[in-house]
Write a protein that binds this ligand. Sequence first.
Ligand SMILES: Cc1cc2nc3c(=O)[nH]c(=O)nc-3n(C[C@H](O)[C@H](O)[C@H](O)COP(=O)(O)OP(=O)(O)OC[C@H]3O[C@@H](n4cnc5c(N)ncnc54)[C@H](O)[C@@H]3O)c2cc1C
Length: 811
Amino acid sequence: MKTHVQAVVIGGGVVGCSVLYHLVKAGWKDVILLERDQLTVGSTWHAAGGFHTLNGDPNVAKLQGYTIGLYDELEKISGQSCSLHRSGGLMLADTKERMEWLKMAHARARYLGLETELLTMSEAKALHPLLEERYFVGAMLDKADGNLDPSGTTHAYAKAARIGGAEISLKTMVQELNPRSDGGWDVVTNQGTIHAEHVVNCGGLWAREIGRMVGIELPVLAMEHMYLVTDEMPEVVAFNKQYGHELPHAIDFKSEIYLRQERSGMVLGTYERDCVPWQPRDTPWDFGSELLIPDLDRIAPNLELGQKHFPALERAGIKTVINGPFTFSPDGNPLVGPVPGLRNYWCACAVMAGFSQGGGVGLALSQWMVNGDPGFDVWGMDVARYGDWATRSYTNAKVRENYAKRFSIRFPNEELPAARPHQTTPIYDILRSRGAVMGDSWGLETPLWFAPEGTEAADIFSFHRSNDFPHVGAECRGVRSGVGVTEIANFAKYTVAGPGAAALLDRLMTNSLPAPGRLKLTPMLNYGGKLIGDFTIAQTKDGRFLIWGSSQAQKHHIRWFASEAPSDGSVTITRHDMGLVGLSIAGPKSRELLQALTDEDVSNSGFKFMEHRTFDVANVPALVNRISYTGDLGYEIWVAPEYERRLYQEIVAKGTPLGLVHFGMRALLCLRLEKNFPTWYRELRPIYGPIEAGLDRFIDFAKGDFIGRDAAIRERDTGGTLRRVSFVVDATDAEALGDEPVWHDGKVVGWVTSGGYGHSVGASLAQAYVPKELAEDTAPGAFDLEMIGERRPATLILEPLFDPTGRKMRG
Ligand SMILES: Cc1cc2nc3c(=O)[nH]c(=O)nc-3n(C[C@H](O)[C@H](O)[C@H](O)COP(=O)(O)OP(=O)(O)OC[C@H]3O[C@@H](n4cnc5c(N)ncnc54)[C@H](O)[C@@H]3O)c2cc1C
């Protein structure tokens, strides 16, 4: 075994072997995989081997598409068969809502380049005669679905990696990881110590333990999962004889089962609601290739319904029952990337669908390690998407919820209840008593909308306009015509200080830095010139910088800031989290309200647009920004949490005579659409460049170098390929949600990033990316957005519908 390597990959499951193969492919040959026993002994060996492309996050779906496309290449390179069965798969809808969901999935597949087809039940029955069509209303066929041999596939990755120069050491257990002063690791094993520049945790069922070796608690939990293998079934034999091919896979959402052909019988697995975690605290090191004791009673209701929907199953004998554990993160997507706060410690764990995702995870992680960038939009699976609030008990509750709901519809207005409320601000109870319907924003309870007295403070889940529509409408109109207050504690806030602060930020951000007492908006780019952040920055009078950004992205951002910061102690970066909370007041009467709360001159000339000040508001020391994401006259008031109740109560006391309304995040997001403002995570992501996103005016090309400048100049000169655009949609009872295809001249040309109703302008609005050549086609109805299976005409608008000149926010 080598004693010095560039990278140690810990774990010989499908994920570790894929990471090893991709590292070699990306050019790192001096790499070793350490496996404490034999390859596949974790959750890999007993997987059912199914693969599919669909995922709630289109960027993860793309990586799944990559994984599935990789297997032929892998067989060729390794000479090892993966036993591929590309039989296609059916998703079966039993309700109108599920059919709507399938229509949306089918529409999204169009722009992802995936081949899906909506089927009537007689068409579905023709493909899969074992199903009883009267229990379903329609189906979707995904031709990319199939299954493989988990062990063969893992060995194919391993062989291909070895051919490329990698080493694999079996029976080599990693016992300790000790950081070295050179930034690398001493990897202590039962076979000796290896000095590694990088380590990758691909520990699967033991990922938590390998995390604990370096003092972190990864939000990962294993769940028990059962599937049955039937004896030979005459119906399957007859089908194969008649058609000369296998039955397609099927997912029956109603009975929460998936099934596929296995030899001349079937495999049938369940995602039961009554699910059970496995080893919630520690995974025993002596667990190997044994299986767990099956509990058929637990899945009996699923099996009973499944047999009704597929009657031949009732007559089939059961050959084997497999019960095995595999791991999940709280949202079910993998945890991939460099762990914030550690040097050269990488993660590729919580991969719950190793045979759909393993290839994509390996590709993204290897590029990240070798090139410093994953090369894809991996926000949906970045290990940095969870904060310290994702504790073991939080993870336990969320993973169980996610497993139990795996085959349930997730509605766009559905907030999942497990492990909540988790973090709350000092005014949480007051807002709740005012009818606030709360949402989870990076673990923090945040008001979404306010139910007036006599109205139930709860969402009715739907893809269409729902019960919140009139109330959010009233909130928006209240802001636009008078003044509203909302809580904005969920924004990320940082202070960057020290003699090197300005130089660091100047290099990180595309815009020049604000003068003392001023604010600036600025994107942040990666080295390839793609968007990785969008911030408001203030410079205080004493030369510190306060930064506000997206809450979800704060660990990503702090990781990036830290990786670019000088190590000479000249810069300190502080993430404030709940140490700084905020209220925003907005609307034409917000100045009058602010003036009633302070003796500072806040007239338009006394406190100008984009100004940042420190003064007392309601006798409370506050940082005040003259800016509002509503696009209206407005202010953000930031205070220490111990002052928030006082500030809020005074705002309500002084605001009530002015007709103050409470508004929530949903109203805020509608109001910003009326101004064509983009939002992080929807319009602004690392797949877009700043010119494409329409952020040109926030780039100061003249200021000198900054990260991504060369690429941004190229994009400016060529114009890039895409443009963010805004649409008025001819919608009747549903708004665009995001991820719908955009049609133009009979072709899909782009995708929606977000949508909502502009209540104060009376129009359904959406933002989307389209080719730049089409970005000025304002002919009425020149585009269609495919919403819930229906193409709705949409008209591109170049100016925001609300206050196009910005007079109101500046005035
Ligand atoms: C019943 C069942 C059915 C499934 N069906 C499917 C399916 O149809 N399709 C699909 O895509 N997925 C399926 N899965 C999930 C799939 O098995 C996992 O996604 C996949 O196995 C995860 O692989 P991994 O490499 O991350 O983890 P693991 O397979 O758990 O591998 C981790 C490896 O790390 C090694 N290791 C741990 N600690 C150390 C250490 N300290 N030193 C050295 N080595 C160490 C372990 O020995 C192990 O080999 C199923 C899982 C189960 C249980």
